[in-house]
Ligand binder design. Structure first.
Ligand code: ATP
Ligand code: MG
Length: 646
């Protein structure tokens, strides 16, 4: 394989390692993702593995697409059949193929609940439990604790049994109700996708064997951000047999573990050699992304880490590298943003493209002053991972209609669209129907058909329910027939009266925008032949996946969303105590460690130049101090200068 010539010896050793458990452990920008991609090519060309026998797990769907693009560049059509995607996407696929008949109440067209839907179920569970909470607790915290229990693979029963304090016991009771509501809706939340796939596979030996045969070779990028349930799933899928060794290739950097708040556990990567004693571990130390001063700034921060033993990184590039790290101070966040805009304009004047520049910040709302300054300077930009396409109200309405069709048990989706457009099924009427449904233990959509016999419903509500019921019946027939999803969606938008009612809800400009969004959704639907496949794919889209376009614009994004990416010019704004590190982390050593790693991720995105800035005044009034991370960079610089003199 001629591509191997472009690799350094350690990278080549990784790509060509004998089949078995392999861990590539290396700092940012050292070529981990590149090595993983070439390993796939090597499996195919050298070991003669068929692409369809390879499973590659990435952190975002976008990363999966990029990997396929690279492979297509290397191997052309010889990569046909390769499976790549996020943990969630892969588990969804396994579940679509196997959940029916194995998990009571579930069909292949189950719904995936996320965000608001989960929160609503958690709130209902919280309101519904008979136990009293040991302290004030809100639905979002309940949800967080349920999610944590799930990532540790605890069922409600196990959570209750292992509860060490009254709060855990209380949350376990909420968890039980929450889970029952999901079951009744033929729905799974994000954590369930992993957990349920794991359960089905571990309980059914033949099923497991089927997938082990399908994907004998498994590769995982960004392994430092896996949680225990994902690790367990990988272990299970790659379990060796009498005739086959474990073929598992993972790459990661414990220093870049930044999803602890989503239950990722960076110790998993450190334990790799304990879990797999025959593992080969390969370290890469040359950085091909950044100039040396940028790596020094990153090292200045991680050398103080207590969670991870830091490795110093060496830049492959030996170009003159003055002015690679610039630090500036502003009097407030507005001035800081103006400075950023000025630097960007200057780079543009020097002939650099806008898409070579990214501005990174700790929390989402920090994009506002930046957007204002960029607008003012007439510099085109895009905020990545902001209100994503699929979060727009009209798109969510349309999807809710489709979900009601695919999954008759999906009560939440039906509740969303029951009275959109208005058909007499407002809050009161719907509550009456819901009460009937739960008394009869039938889904809401079935209860609609019984409207004439439900007491206390107005004639208008009865008529509305009857019509909606008939429409849903008709669409379900069309969907199970041969009608493709895009035609079905067009029919839904017309026949439901949704399109007509849009004109009443919006002014001209909003209306044009709403129509454009629905058009876009129709286009997305065109790519599928089956409704439930389409729905599950869009449920798995994550924020980091939006906006794939290559237009020449400055990129604005959170540090979390920047993981794995690189730009020639990176601005990290808001290096203040209370901003980065975030104020919530200040009293908590392990949270502070995660902030430190986050800062490391931010710095190491830059190739040519890193701009760091801070301001004493961000939220009016309260004075801020420069971040300890900035102080550490300065201190390291002074040390180096002193050493150079001696
Ligand atoms: N041997 C090499 N020669 C030249 N360029 C390389 C080499 N290896 C990697 N690169 C380049 O270095 C950059 C960083 O590589 P890559 O993104 O694979 O690193 P990574 O370790 O995955 O980084 P991160 O930790 O940020 O995910 C990329 O632009 C890649 O093309
Ligand atoms: Mg990478």
């Amino acid at each position: 394989m001629e591509h191997l010539n472009h690799l350094n010896p350690a990278q080549r050793a990784a790509v060509t390692a004998p089949i078995g458990p392999v861990l590539v452990k290396a700092g940012a920008g050292s070529g981990k993702t590149r090595v993983l991609t070439l390993r796939i090519a090597y499996l195919i060309t050298h070991y003669g593995v068929s692409p369809s026998q390879i499973l590659a797990v990435t952190f975002t769907n976008k990363a999966a697409r990029e990997m396929r693009e690279r492979l297509r560049g290397l191997l052309g059509s010889r990569i046909r059949g390769l499976t790549s995607g996020t943990f969630h996407a892969i588990c969804t696929r396994i579940l679509r193929e196997s959940i029916e008949g194995r998990l009571k109440g579930y069909t292949a067209s189950f719904s995936i609940y996320a965000g608001d839907e989960q929160l609503q179920l958690a709130a209902e569970a919280l309101a519904g439990v008979s136990e009293t909470p040991p302290r004030m607790i809100e639905a979002d915290e309940v949800l967080r604790l349920i999610s944590r229990a799930k990532s540790r693979m605890l069922t409600p029963r196990l959570m209750a049994r292992f509860a060490t304090d009254p709060l855990d016991r209380f949350v376990a009771a909420c968890y039980r109700r929450y889970q029952r509501a999901l079951e009744q809706a033929n729905a799974l939340d994000f954590d369930d996708l992993i957990l349920t796939a794991y359960r089905l596979l571990s309980e059914d030996h033949d099923l497991l064997a089927t997938y082990q045969q399908r994907w004998p070779h498994v590769l995982v990028d960004e392994y430092q951000d896996t949680d225990p349930s994902q690790h367990a799933l990988i272990e299970l899928l790659t379990r060796p047999t009498a005739h086959r060794p474990r073929s598992l290739f993972v790459v990661g950097d414990a220093m870049q573990s930044i999803y602890g708040f989503r239950n990722a556990d960076h110790n998993i990567i450190n334990r790799f050699t304990v879990d797999f004693p025959d593992a080969q571990v390969i370290e890469l130390t040359t950085n091909y992304r950044s100039r040396q001063p940028i790596l020094d700034a990153a090292y200045a921060i991680i050398r103080h880490s207590r969670s991870v033993s830091p490795m110093e990184l060496r830049a492959a590039a030996t170009v003159a590298a003055e002015r690679s790290v610039l630090i500036s101070e502003a009097k407030d966040s507005r001035e800081e943003a103006e400075q950023v805009a000025r630097s960007i304009a200057e780079l543009q004047r020097q002939g650099r493209r806008l898409r070579e520049m990214a501005v990174l910040y700790r929390t989402r709302h920090m994009s506002r002053p930046l957007e204002q300054a960029l607008r003012h300077a007439r510099l085109p930009y895009v905020v990545r991972g902001s209100v994503s396409f699929f979060d727009r109200a009209v798109v969510r309405d349309a999807i809710a209609y489709l979900r009601c069709i695919a999954n008759p048990a999906d009560n939440l989706s039906l509740t969303r669209i029951a009275n959109v457009p208005a058909r007499g099924l407002g809050g009161q009427a719907l509550a009456t129907i819901a009460a009937f449904a739960s008394a009869q233990s039938i889904p809401l959509s079935e209860a609609l058909g019984h409207a004439p016999v439900i007491p206390r419903l107005s004639p208008r509500a009865v008529e509305g329910a009857r019509r909606l019921f008939a429409l849903l019946q008709r669409w379900r027939r069309l969907a199970t027939g041969t009608m493709p999803p895009d035609h079905l969606l067009a029919d839904v938008l017309e026949q439901s009266g949704y399109m007509a009612a849009l004109a009443e809800r919006f002014d001209a400009e909003e209306l044009a925008e709403a129509r454009a969004h629905l058009q876009e959704l129709l286009r997305a639907a065109e790519e599928h032949t089956e409704l439930s496949a389409f729905l599950q794919e869009i449920a798995l889209m994550t924020n980091a996946d939006d906006d794939d376009d290559e237009r020449d614009r400055v990129q604005l994004l959170t540090i979390h969303a920047a993981k794995g990416l690189e730009w020639p010019f990176v601005f990290v704004v808001g290096l203040e105590e209370g901003t980065l590190p975030h104020e919530r982390s200040l009293g908590d050593p392990s949270a502070l460690e995660e902030e430190r790693r986050l800062c490391y991720v931010a710095f190491t995105r830059a190739a040519e130049r890193l701009y760091l800035s801070w301001t004493a005044s961000r939220n009016r009034g309260q004075r801020l101090k420069p971040s300890r991370f900035l102080e550490e960079v300065l201190a390291f610089g002074r040390e180096r200068a002193r050493q150079a003199k001696q």
